[in-house]
Design a protein around this ligand. Structure first.
Ligand SMILES: [Fe+2]
Ligand SMILES: [Fe+2]
Length: 301
């Protein structure tokens, strides 16, 4: 292992305890530099109208706004759930209505969303129903497609949809991703956001890792000068991994234990296992470096 990578990993291991990944001492010459972008990454909001969840979420959003971010990335599972068999149309509609109401607080910000597994309504009366499946989620989230990309400064943001058979990107999206990475010019970098983690530490005891992770790992290695960061959620657990120069940040959940007080495995009230409710503030640098800080959110009823 090259010394530079060793230092980076040491920094990660130490910082892991606090949930903050700071840049290694070896790069302290950069400390006076400003990031080119500061982004909020929220995920797994699981919004619902009951238990005062909208008001609690709005308080969280106000806290996030204090960080003076350039824009928001939303990692999916925006609504509590539309995916189970017995969910009625009215329940789906009321969840999206409170999502819209809460998002009013982010007027003036761009919000780039990803589709979670709980967002699509599969038990619509027919596949022709306008609220059935992925296209309706695309519409409600106001995104251009179920997978898409955009560019800010010298960073390319690639938003993926893992809701294909067995948690994969499927053939078309994989081909699209290859073309997207190929197009990125030298000196530019890629941040990918998925709902399910591509590489995860907590995947050893919680399900949800991308099943095409080996193929993606190889693809990222081919474009190792470009791919720097992969963000995810779904686990409701805060974890981070590093492999072949790519940081994989799984940034917990805004809703913690789905806005509930938790269970016997919760380390503290509202935690899912040892992870508090929260969100990440991400700083991206012109040279491809990244900082990811997880901030605890206070979601008490
Ligand atoms: Fe979730
Ligand atoms: Fe999920």
């Amino acid at each position: 292992m090259k010394r530079r990578n060793f230092l980076r990993n040491s920094s990660l291991a130490i910082a892991g305890a606090t949930g903050i990944h700071t840049m290694p001492a070896a790069n302290s010459r950069h400390d006076f530099r400003k990031p080119v972008l500061t982004i909020a990454h929220i995920t797994d909001v699981h919004i619902r109208p009951d238990e005062n969840v909208p008001e609690r979420f709005k308080k969280c959003l106000e806290a996030v706004k204090q960080h003076k971010v350039d824009f928001f990335l939303n990692g999916g599972d925006s609504i509590h759930d539309a995916s189970y068999n017995n969910v009625k149309r009215a329940r789906v509609t009321e969840q999206w209505a409170v999502w819209d109401e809460c998002m009013q607080l982010l007027k003036g910000y761009d919000v780039y969303s990803c589709i979670g597994n709980h967002d699509p309504w599969w038990s619509a009366p027919s596949k022709e129903d306008e609220m059935y499946g992925i296209p309706y989620v695309v519409k409600r989230l106001g995104i251009p497609n179920n997978y898409y990309s955009f560019t800010r400064k010298n960073w390319h943001f690639i938003v993926l949809d893992g809701n294909y058979k067995g948690i994969t990107l499927g053939e078309d999206q994989t081909q699209w991703l290859k073309e997207e990475l190929e197009k990125i010019p030298a000196g530019h970098y890629a941040l990918l956001m998925s709902h399910y983690p591509i590489l995860t530490v907590t995947g050893t005891w919680e399900g949800g890792q991308h099943k095409d992770h080996k193929e993606l790992k190889q693809l990222f290695y081919k474009y190792k000068d470009k791919v720097k960061v992969c963000l995810s959620g779904h686990q409701h657990l805060l974890d981070r991994a590093w492999y072949n120069g790519v940081h994989y940040f799984c940034n917990g959940a805004m809703s913690g234990f789905w806005w509930g007080k938790g269970n016997e495995k919760s380390a503290q009230p509202y935690y899912y296992q040892e992870t508090p409710p929260g969100y990440a503030i991400i700083k991206l640098y012109e040279n491809g470096e990244v900082e990811n800080e997880y901030v605890t959110a206070y979601i008490e009823v």
